[in-house]
Design a protein around this ligand. Structure first.
Ligand code: NAX
Length: 329
């Protein structure tokens, strides 16, 4: 049988962790023939809760679960890890400014970036889920870079939930099955400024934008619905999205490791300068994945409306980057 893959999950005692861990251990992320070792990181005060989750993992008797460790030490959690899901983050507390949120998270992600940079498997695939996820991924990447072991491109951020949310809205509007929809992209930051771009989407050969044929729907319904979906879930459920976030994290890593079969998927990746996005910024773009690598979809036409939306989400990311610049110096 295959050698186990080491998977680190941070924020393991949290609500996304509770949806994520069982699916990883059952083989839904890396394949039904791939054993995994879970390396769980959470804060000292959450270790008791992590123990409880481990008891439940044991009680599932998953054939693919080859081991579990729990720790509050990032250097232990990221040791030799092959896949790292950075879910734990500092949530915005009462009276906390955006700048404080950025700074508090920057501290967490410099520590974790340094641990990954020194101790992870050099080919580790990193997905940052914890918000602000694009900038947290940027910080981890910039910190890890100093150790010269892990490629910058291995640090990614989760735009897949936004991608999946947009797919389901498009399916409902067009009357086509979600699974028939190809070539969607969500540009930019995982925030309400993201730009879900359906201009290239096809369903069984038909262009879905032409099928819907409603420019006002795009601007007034589709984009705001996708952009504010997270807030709508909180409003309805009293808690933020967890199962759908865990599902998107599984989709992101599964496609990166096992391939997207020629289909586009959205990943937040460090920019190479294409589409006018400054190099190094972690930005949602369309990619095709194969053999454990992603490749940006190049040369897409950017019309005036799209250019405006991309500039808006880029501006926000540039402000976030400026907000943490002193911490990375
Ligand atoms: P919870 O508050 O339920 O869990 C977070 C867990 O992280 C807690 O157990 C906490 O102790 C732990 N934690 C905090 N700081 C840590 C650190 N320095 N090291 C290790 N563990 C730490 O939050 P949950 O609902 O699970 O959400 C987790 C993160 O995902 C949040 O930042 C949230 O904003 C973000 N999300 C990102 C999404 C995306 O699409 N990128 C969507 C869903 C979600 O909102």
């Amino acid at each position: 049988s295959k050698t186990p893959v080491r998977v680190t999950v941070t924020g393991a005692a949290g609500q996304i962790g509770y949806s994520l861990l069982f699916r990883i251990a059952s083989g839904e992320m890396l394949g039904k023939d791939q054993p995994v070792i879970l390396q769980l990181l959470d804060l000292p005060q959450a270790q008791k809760a992590v123990k409880g989750v481990i008891m439940e993992l044991e009680d599932c008797a998953f054939p693919l679960l080859a081991g579990v460790i729990a720790t509050d030490d990032p250097n232990v959690a990221f040791k030799d890890t092959n896949v790292a899901l950075l879910v734990g983050a500092r949530p915005r507390g009462p009276g906390m400014e955006r700048k404080d949120l950025l700074t508090e998270n920057a501290k967490i992600f410099t520590v974790q970036g340094a641990a990954i940079g020194q101790y992870a498997d050099p080919d580790v695939k990193v997905l940052v889920v914890g918000n602000p996820c694009n900038t947290n991924a940027y910080i981890a990447k910039e910190t890890a870079k100093k150790f010269g072991r892990v490629k910058e491109g291995n640090f990614t951020a989760m735009l897949r939930l936004d991608h999946n949310r947009a797919l389901s809205q498009l399916a409902a509007k067009s009357g086509r099955s979600v699974d028939s929809l190809k070539s969607l992209v969500v540009w930019g930051n995982h925030s309400p400024t993201m730009y879900a771009d359906y201009r290239f989407v096809t369903s069984n050969g038909d262009n879905v934008k032409a099928l819907i044929n409603d420019e006002a729907w795009n601007r007034d319904t589709f984009l705001p619905t996708v952009g504010k979906r997270g807030a709508a879930i909180i409003e309805a459920r009293g808690l933020s999205s967890a199962a759908s976030a865990a599902n998107a994290a599984i989709d992101h890593i599964r496609d990166w490791v096992l391939g997207s079969n020629g289909e586009w998927v959205t990943m937040g990746i460090p920019s190479d300068g294409s589409y006018g996005i400054p190099e190094g910024i972690v930005f949602g773009v369309p990619v095709i994945t194969a053999n454990g690598e992603y490749k940006r979809v190049e040369g897409l036409e950017i019309d005036a409306f799209s250019a405006e939306r991309i500039a808006l989400t880029l501006k926000e990311l540039e402000e976030e980057r400026a907000g943490v610049a002193d911490l990375l110096a």
